[in-house]
Design a protein around this ligand. Structure first.
Ligand code: MG
Length: 382
């Protein structure tokens, strides 16, 4: 494998930090060119000193001086503002862009990276949920492949390697989150603190809350539909509490293929960066005899209405998934700020979907406008 030059958008978040851990295990194969962060200037400075990128961007402009002065003696260019990040991802020095921003904020920079023909290692599922038809069309037009970083989609992508057989069905596994066996009444009254306790995965706050509501699986269903060009009714969500089988593909000959391993995001991150090669990684090895059994069951769609909201949004098409995503972002932020209880999240999303203007085939400008409108409506419902 030739050395690959990497940009990490969102380097101080959970995915960004784990990506740098992967990169540090293969200094001969990966070179960091660009790191961006929203507000965590301290960690950005530390990462910059260690990985010596060509440039760093601190998106919060008020923190520019702090980062600039701290990196004064290094040969690292320092920029401020998300617009600088959107510009720098186009650089000729970059081969792969790891899109690890959280939420809708990742759309702009992902589009810029696609338009520059970069390989996109996509960790930002909201980009495909909000603008899937536009993003996938641009990816084809500019020859910019999208390699999934999300563990389920990486598992499907890995299972499809070498296959020419048609796909009959995708099976997306879900841990079920912290409320899998919690009675409905208790879920309704759950707090931020209870929702943040994920049993298996170490992830950022937004995706952890989404896992608790199972909206994460709804978003992932839409993400999978766009990535693999499979309609929603051929994607099944299966609860698998051990998080060892990371997802499966069922082919038209009835065979199922899956990818298994310890729940560790560094595995799909590394695969996206090294694809089609596989590299060594010092992650935990699973012992099947120690595990004893792997279990599967259907999700409880009454307890977790977010699943049906996502299927409904995706089937309606147009800007509806963008509306759903915008409302979810507002509801999750409100829970994190302890303004609402957990049980209110689905109703905020459902009401926003009913009220926001529907557009059957939105342009990218209309997607941005939809996101704003959905956020505004959802905010009034908090
Ligand atoms: Mg996932």
């Amino acid at each position: 494998m030739d050395k690959r030059h990497i940009a990490i958008l969102g380097s101080t978040g959970s995915i960004g930090r784990q990506a740098l851990d992967v990169i540090s295990q293969h200094p001969d194969l990966f070179e960091v060119e660009l790191l961006t962060a929203n507000n965590n200037s301290g960690l950005l400075i530390e990462q910059a000193r260690r990985f010596k990128p060509n440039s760093v961007v601190i998106c919060n402009k008020e923190l520019y001086n702090e980062v600039f002065e701290a990196l004064d003696k290094e040969e690292i260019k320092v920029f401020a503002g998300i617009e600088s990040a959107n510009e720098l991802v186009k650089g000729d020095n970059i081969d792969i862009v790891l899109a690890a921003l959280v939420g809708f904020s990742g759309v702009d920079s992902t589009i810029n990276a696609i338009k520059s023909g970069k390989v996109i290692a996509l960790a930002n599922k909201e980009t495909l949920v909000a603008a899937g038809s536009i993003i996938t069309a641009l990816s084809r037009e500019y020859g910019a492949p999208i390699i999934p970083v999300d563990s389920e989609h990486s598992a499907i992508f890995q299972s499809l390697q070498g296959e020419r057989c048609r796909i009959e069905k995708l099976l997306l596994t879900a841990s079920g989150g912290p409320f899998l066996d919690t009675p409905h009444e208790e879920i309704m009254k759950a707090t931020r603190h209870q929702a943040l306790k994920h049993p298996n995965w170490s992830m950022g706050a937004k995706v952890t809350i989404d896992s608790a509501s199972m909206m994460n699986k709804g978003l992932e269903m839409i993400e999978a539909s766009w990535l693999f060009n499979i309609p929603a009714d051929q994607i099944e969500i299966v609860v698998h509490p051990q998080s060892i089988v990371h997802s499966l593909v069922q082919f038209t000959d009835g065979c199922l293929k899956a990818q298994l391993g310890a729940p560790d995001m560094r595995v799909p991150i590394q695969y996206a960066l090294s694809y089609p090669s596989r590299l060594d990684l010092n992650t935990q090895r699973i012992s099947l005899p120690e595990l004893g059994q792997l279990t599967f069951r259907a999700p409880d769609r009454e307890k977790f209405p977010a699943i049906d909201l996502a299927y409904s949004a995706h089937k309606q098409g147009g800007n509806m998934a963008c509306i759903m995503n915008g409302a979810n972002e507002v509801a999750v932020a409100a829970l994190l700020e302890e303004k609402i209880l957990f049980g209110k999240i689905p109703s905020i999303i459902e009401q926003t979907m009913a009220r926001c203007s529907f557009i059957a085939s939105p342009s990218i400008e209309e997607i941005y406008a939809t996101h704003k409108e959905a956020m505004a409506i959802a905010s009034t419902l908090v």
